[in-house]
Design a binder for this molecule. Structure first.
Ligand code: 6PG
Length: 252
């Protein structure tokens, strides 16, 4: 197996959430012990919500140095924060209101500006918040990603090369479900993360997981996520891993 790629299979979605929360805590601990800060970006969708809720409860909430943590987003639907489709709104409901993250350390992508202006604003936020080695890319310590059945990740959808073929760090796109204007981090930024974790649950993802992890090439956007310096972990539950060959799997 590629030494920079790890596949972990949890028994079910509950254990997936526990392992995800453990990885969040451990990555935070390591980042803060080496750089004094922890910079994480989270995705939307339904899969990460159980994990996010765990982060607001013991034993996890007290293990994280929230004052040294900056939370950003991998992507966002450009809807009001109280819209059920809002990734920030879901995170606020699931854990942000229950953890001692200083408000200035929370960096939502939500914006009432035009999509291109919102993308430019977020790029500035990234410049101010993340470790930027002059002229290089921002470095996230951790990014959590989901996968759509169509092989999208973040808001990088099949057939839309916008976020794959650019030097920009954030772009405005339109698509997905719901089919709305969105912001998404781009491939260069996602692939500059120290740790990237795909969090995937459910039988309905087994087919796309098999395609993405097979040795045969694919143009599906999620295959383009290959951290240049960091580690890629596929954190799956048993249903999502159902079509994978047994030899690929590290039983957690
Ligand atoms: C988004 C998400 C998206 C999500 C996948 C999986 O804002 O739409 O970031 O990339 O991670 O669509 O979503 P589920 O977890 O709901 O299957």
């Amino acid at each position: 197996m590629d030494q920079k790629r790890k596949i972990i299979v949890a028994d079910d979605s509950d254990q997936l959430a526990v392992i995800g929360a453990e990885l969040f805590c451990e990555t935070a601990r390591k980042a803060i012990s080496t750089t004094g800060r922890f910079r994480a970006a989270i995705s939307g969708g339904s899969t990460p919500r159980a994990m996010n809720r765990l982060l607001s409860r013991d034993p996890y909430v007290s293990r994280i140095a929230w004052r040294k943590t900056h939370l950003l987003w991998v992507d966002e639907r450009l809807v009001p924060a109280d819209d059920p489709a809002s990734n920030f709104g879901a995170a606020r409901q699931d854990f942000l209101e229950a953890v001692p993250l200083p408000p200035e350390n929370i960096h939502p992508m939500t914006s009432d500006k035009s999509p291109p202006e919102a993308a430019a604003d977020y790029q500035k936020d990234l410049e101010n918040t993340l470790r930027i080695v002059k002229g290089n890319l921002p470095v996230f310590d951790l990014i959590f990603l989901g996968i759509g059945q169509d092989g999208h990740t973040a808001s990088i959808f099949p057939g839309d090369q916008t976020a794959l073929e650019t030097d920009l760090w954030v772009v405005a796109v339109k698509g997905g479900n719901p089919n709305v204007h969105r912001l998404t981090l781009t491939r260069p930024v996602l692939n500059n993360a120290g740790t990237a974790i795909f969090l995937v649950s459910g039988k309905n993802k087994a087919g796309v997981v098999k395609t993405l992890l097979a040795p045969q090439p694919t143009h599906l956007p999620a295959r383009k996520i290959k951290p240049v310096h960091g580690e890629l972990t596929w954190l799956l539950d048993r249903d999502a891993a159902a079509l994978l060959p047994p030899e690929l799997i590290l039983k957690y």
